[in-house]
Design a protein around this ligand. Structure first.
Ligand code: CO8
Length: 376
């Protein structure tokens, strides 16, 4: 018995209402640094405390390619005495913030396909951070969209979108679902340490959705992409870590430590993950007997512009053009699992029937995933 083909028929995007430029972010951070160093002047002079150093927009843009980011709330984040988005907890009978932005991205995808939530029978919320433990936020999204079937949350950090894609693909291919929404709703600003010079600039917020369908359900007017293959890989590393979790309150001494927010060894991650991601994609293409030069588009995880250029150079043996490997992190920053899907959403219109593309995510875990698609 042959498995049914699976089509990625539509994508959706939710962009938060507020944008913050590097200059705005650095100004707030540097004011915090001045206050901190003034408040601790005696310890710093005595050599018992290290003075904090200022951040710089020029460094951020050169090191990462990031110029600005979108966020769900801006005033708290730019308040040097708070440096955290103000996101008040909502009553339990209101849609939670993460479900709200997930629903918005899902509705964008459904609209493009001319469907409603009632046409969907499986929903995955696949992203780095869940707003709560239970009930699963995906089930709240399922209720808000009026979908049937089942929903669950899953997380593989920045690689969550492609891990979700493979999970959805398998569910359709095995006959457990007909139409699946894979949603990556990332409120990264809630998990950042905006007092840390090394990482305060890295992330932004956004939500994406991908609609996957059994091929026979997709009409000629909505051709989408055929999924030719998926490949996932993980190797344990502590170089990107966040110790936030349900046992935190059992240790009041460390409950609110810096390690309960995003931390990374950026240099090591850059080197190790660039190499591993390039090799992963090359192997995946070899397995499918596809020559790298026959790929028209690389929708890569959007963490660092220099990293993406290096990865595609490893694959193609030459520099890639901006069209071949589009960058959206200049405007959105790193939106974790949403990044490569934002690139796919915004940079696919020009592709012709038969064109090939690679969707790839990489990040904490380490985790790497690739999905090879062909325009129908
Ligand atoms: N302003 C000025 N100078 C700075 C700043 C700053 N803001 N930050 C650091 N510097 C200084 C450093 O102190 C250092 O100084 P010195 O040379 O005197 O020691 C110098 O600049 C160079 O610092 P780095 O070596 O750290 O700089 P890099 O060139 O390596 O750039 C990057 C830093 C941009 C972080 C880069 O290393 C990078 O992008 N690495 C890859 C990151 C990545 O891909 N991460 C994986 C994805 S994230 C993920 O998977 C997380 C999932 C969970 C998401 C949760 C959401 C919250």
């Amino acid at each position: 018995m042959s498995l049914p083909s699976v089509i990625l028929s539509a994508t959706g995007l939710y962009t938060p209402p507020y944008s913050i430029s590097n200059d705005e972010m650095v100004a707030a951070f540097n004011q915090y640094v001045v206050h901190y160093n003034q408040q601790h002047a005696e310890e710093i002079a005595a050599g018992t405390l290290v003075a904090k150093q200022e951040s710089s927009s020029a460094f951020i843009e050169k090191a990462s390619g990031i110029k600005s980011r979108y966020v769900m709330e801006k005033t708290g984040l730019l308040d040097p005495d708070f440096l955290c988005p103000r996101l008040p907890q909502r009553p339990d009978d209101e849609l939670c913030l993460q479900a709200e932005i997930g629903v918005a991205a899902a509705q964008d995808a459904l609209k493009q396909r001319g469907l409603t939530g009632a046409d969907v029978d499986m929903i995955l919320l696949s992203c780095s951070n869940m707003q709560r433990a239970y009930p699963a936020v995906s089930i709240e999204i399922q209720a808000a969209l009026g979908s049937t079937g089942y929903a669950f949350d899953m997380s593989v950090a920045c690689s969550s979108a492609v891990f979700g894609l493979q999970t959805a693909y398998n569910a359709i291919a095995c006959g457990n679902a007909k139409r699946v929404l894979v949603i990556s709703a990332e409120i990264c600003s809630g998990h950042m340490d905006f007092r840390d010079r090394d990482s305060h600039f890295i992330f932004g917020d956004a939500a994406t959705a991908m609609l996957l369908e059994r091929e026979d359900l997709v009409d000629d007017a909505h051709r989408g992409f055929a999924i030719l293959g998926t490949s996932l890989s993980t190797t344990y590393s502590n170089n990107i870590r966040n110790n936030f979790g349900f046992t935190n309150h059992c240790d009041p001494e460390h409950q609110f430590g810096d390690d309960k927010l995003f931390k990374q060894q950026g240099r090591k991650v850059f080197k190790e993950v660039s190499q591993a991601a390039g090799e992963h994609i090359v192997k995946h293409l070899q397995k499918l007997n596809i020559q790298p030069e026959n790929i028209q588009r690389f929708w890569l995880h959007q963490a660092n512009q220099n990293m993406n250029q290096l990865i595609v150079k490893r694959i193609l043996g030459r520099e890639a053009s901006a069209k071949e490997a589009p960058i959206i992190l200049d405007r959105y920053a790193n939106t974790s699992s949403a990044g490569s899907i934002i690139a796919l959403h915004l940079h696919q219109e020009d592709l012709k029937q038969g064109d090939l593309g690679v969707i790839s995510c990489f990040g904490a875990g380490y985790s790497i995933g690739s999905v090879i698609v062909q325009k129908r």
